[in-house]
Design a protein around this ligand. Structure first.
Ligand SMILES: [Zn+2]
Ligand SMILES: [Zn+2]
Length: 213
């Protein structure tokens, strides 16, 4: 009986600390100001270049195959336009279709590459997350991305006191011992490092050791 009780307590504790970790993650992540183009730049340049080159090759090959179709006794695509001799219109329509499909493909490739780079810069297992996303995709579509963006860990950030880069998991700065996860003495809720008063209960947070200038 006592053992079962202990197990229940233990799993409750694990779930509790998991929830606490998730909450801290969300608080930290909300402070991250991510800009789309800056985020886009973590995607490797060679990959962006490769996708652009493949796009132009696909356009060129499709146009060539389409225009030489009559010589081979095939129809120009799309057939409705080709039949009536609207060759230029048909070519434009084909180019439009290829562009649409390419945008979808490129979006998926770039998003996967982003997760791969983003996970490693956040200290998460980049290979594992990339594989998970690719495994989920055929059956559940983009669910892997959704899960990733919901639970990804916060970025390392500069210590408010000494500026050294610290992981969001740290409670104290390894360089200057600054308290990185301070909480209000009175209501126990998390407060920001530089708050003078608790935003929830108004408690005076003046720290015993004032920060060095
Ligand atoms: Zn520090
Ligand atoms: Zn408080």
């Amino acid at each position: 009986m006592a053992r079962e009780r202990k197990m229940a307590d233990y799993s409750q504790k694990v779930a509790g600390s998991f929830n606490e970790r998730m909450r801290l993650n969300r608080v930290r992540r909300r402070k991250e100001k991510l800009r789309f183009w800056e985020e886009f730049r973590i995607i490797p340049r060679w990959l962006v270049g490769l996708v652009v080159v493949l796009f132009f090759i696909a356009q060129g090959v499709a146009l060539l195959v389409n225009l030489t179709a009559p010589e081979r006794g095939d129809q120009i695509f799309p057939p409705e336009l080709g039949e009536h001799g609207h060759v230029i219109l048909a070519s434009l329509a084909l180019a439009g279709i290829i562009t649409l499909v390419s945008i979808l493909f490129a979006g998926f490739i770039f998003l996967t590459a982003y997760v791969n780079r983003d996970a490693s810069r956040r200290g998460m297992n980049a290979a594992l997350w990339t594989i998970l996303i690719l495994i989920f995709f055929p059956t559940w579509g983009l669910i892997g991305f959704v899960i990733y963006f919901l639970i990804r860990e916060p970025l390392p950030y500069p210590c408010p006191q000494c500026g050294a880069s610290v992981s969001a998991r740290f409670n104290f700065c390894p360089n200057c011992k600054c308290n990185l996860q301070p909480s209000c003495q009175q209501c126990k809720r998390e407060v920001a490092e530089l708050d003078k008063f608790c935003p929830y209960c108004g408690n005076d947070l003046a720290s015993p050791q004032p920060p060095n200038p």
